[in-house]
Design a protein around this ligand. Structure first.
Ligand code: THU
Length: 154
């Protein structure tokens, strides 16, 4: 796997796992599912693909609603696919949006991801955007000091 110089790692998440990740395949899954987004209100199509430790990939797109507030983000859509399939151990995520500004998981999605991973490498890419450099970040960088179930222990 080659990595472009601009793919700076902000905060490496589980570096031993990151080396084994087929980012090209994960990017492809995120770009493909993005084509199925239901986003007639925002016109902003998002695709997310999660790689789990077993090697399976779960993809999700945003699903908007005429009520607006019921919108489901691509990341939580992918998480739901993962959990429904009986998997709970994500090791990498790619999020594909339109360019030229790279998207980033919203706060609600960051917290939902934190339910299943302490840290996670997250690659942000732009669809059809050869001119937009991908960015590699991590859940720990995007959601430091996350609220977790440990706080609920009594
Ligand atoms: N969206 C996502 O799917 N993921 C994010 O992390 C941010 C926003 C979607 C929700 C809505 O359908 C559209 O992008 C505009 O906010």
């Amino acid at each position: 796997m080659s990595r472009a110089p601009q793919d700076a790692v902000e905060a490496p998440a589980a570096p031993e796992a990151a080396q084994a990740i087929d980012w090209d395949a994960l990017d492809g899954a995120a770009l493909a599912v993005r084509e199925r987004a239901h986003a007639p209100y925002s016109g902003y199509w998002v695709g997310a693909a999660i790689l789990v430790r077993s090697g399976r990939v779960f993809a999700g797109c945003n699903v908007e609603n005429a009520s607006y507030g019921l919108t489901l983000c691509a990341e939580r859509s992918a998480i739901a696919q993962m959990v429904a399939a009986g998997e709970r151990d994500p090791i990498a995520l790619t999020v594909a949006t339109s360019g030229p500004v790279l998207g980033s998981p919203c706060g609600m999605c960051r917290q939902t991801l934190a339910e299943f991973a302490v840290d996670l490498p997250i690659r942000l890419i732009a669809a059809g955007g050869g001119s937009v450099a991908p960015r590699l970040t991590s859940l720990a960088a995007l959601l430091p000091e996350a609220f977790g179930a440990a706080a609920l222990s009594r």
